[in-house]
Design a protein around this ligand. Sequence first.
Ligand code: ADP
Ligand code: MG
Length: 602
Amino acid sequence: MKIKRLSPHVADLIAAGEVVERPGSVVKELIENSIDAAATAITVEIKNGGLTYIRVTDNGAGMSAEDAGMAFLRHATSKLRDARDLEAIGTLGFRGEALAAISAVSRIDLLTSEKGEKEGRGVSLDGGTIVENAPAGCPEGTTIIVRDLFFNTPARLKFMKTDKAEGAGVTAALLKCALSHPEVSFRYIKDGKEEYHTPGDGNAESCIYTLLGRDFAKSLLQVKGADENVTVTGFVTMPSAGRGNRGGQYFFVDGRPVKSKTLQAALEQAYKNSLFQGRFPGCVLYLDIKPGAVDVNVHPAKTEVKFLNEKGVFNGVYYSALSALRQSSEMPEIALPTDRVILSSPGKPDNSGERPGRAAGRPPVSREPSGITFPELSSALPVRDETRIPYRTKPAAPPEKPQRSEKEQTLQKEAAEFRVVGEALSTYIIVERGDSLIFIDKHAAHERIIFDKLRAEGYEAMPQLLLTPLTFELGPAYTELLMENADLLGELGFEIDRFGGGTVALRQVPGGIEVEEMDVFLSEICENLTLGKRPGLSDTRDKILHTIACKAAIKAGKASPAPEMELLIKRVLSGEVKYCPHGRPVSMELSKRSMDKNFKRV
Ligand code: ADP
Ligand code: MG
């Protein structure tokens, strides 16, 4: 056998594969170059998922005629002079490989002009070979058009997914770039259609609004935190906006989009007990880390980062997210539809006795779906029947007695801040405060209060010995898993035995979980174990506490005694209780303004 050196051409193709995996990575590299060139406006256009056409135009510094020809050589970079520079990762990638790699596997047109120059430069390449290099008229900045990606590497081309999937990859890559640079205006054109155009005014919020949409932007809480290691700014979503996956989590370290298990875990830890299991918070978080404390240049195309101080970064994100959640005074507003609603006159009922709005010749009542539905106005239903209101506090009337003790006065003042209108549908307490009506889900609120109390008091497993062991057919895999973790489960109050084959027997269980629920509980533990998550003591404890709290909380449907209710209302109104332990909101606000609008009073 003879050792042969790969031809430079083949070597380039191999290297290209490392940097340029798909259209999305091409777009990312080109945008990073534009940002390095101090562009403030970048247009990205793609066709066929970027496979046939990618154009990136910027208004950055541009290149001189000489540089334009050099830019595509391997290890050609204006950003790195010697090995020492490698340590400073102020700018984005700078390995001098991207343009060389992209040009090796595509057909490229470059048009560039330096600021203040009369003439620009046009360079065209085919599979890495320059086929044209001539003066060209063009505006200041740089345009790079990449055509027929991977035309000369059929193996890689075969590896490409559908245009649609590759296009989605470009969209995702671009989204991250755009989110990390609110100060740059991004315009994205896909198959001839403009997808978005960010303002580029440096305001992260307006950028997020444009890129991630109104609903996402509306669900955000501002985050601001700093310690000696890391500064964390940006936004996290309100717990009520939990999503089914982690798709709404965007992290940026020193301006670069990154993936990191540490950051993800820190964020999610902050939402413990305010989100359903299996729901995930969203975020757009920008971290600024002390120089030298992060290793991001692991691989040119990889975004996974390593932190030298994992714990410090974890704490930074965890505490700043937590404090954002605590400070939020979120009470979701009930959005009444503002247009396309034809409210029928609630005046005299028709002589036919039919319900208003349903009588012949009238337009039907049309409703947009909204947070709540009002009962239809019906002549059969008394609009105001004081006797039906099950519970009232003192109305905010002027004091009757002239003399009052100070204590009485503060109580009165507190009570005057709100008025309980009543309880409706045996589920909701309706409170009037200021210019709003507040609807409280009494079960959810109560559950939260009990949960917090139990947690504050500390919970002991208080195992219950079972008279007859409970057996569960879990199959061999789950059984094995549980047996391997028998010690841990023991600490939680479980005593578990193998009962032959794929069956386990529980002889003792933690107090507070109903026997009927043990089934679900056990399979959840198994699922977590399969996912490699050991049921942490505190997680499992919290879970048990949820169950207890849910059991102990006043059930919707049950009438509730007044003093308990009053306390509950105060705690909700003070903002102390916002979500049930599963992340459902406990209250909603309906403003008078919104009602007035709908009744066409304003
Ligand atoms: P790197 O970015 O690591 O330096 P690239 O291959 O991505 O390597 O780019 C090579 C060089 O080409 C850059 O260092 C820069 O000087 C120049 N360049 C690339 N894109 C642009 C651009 N959009 N505007 C100005 N100069 C650019
Ligand atoms: Mg580059």
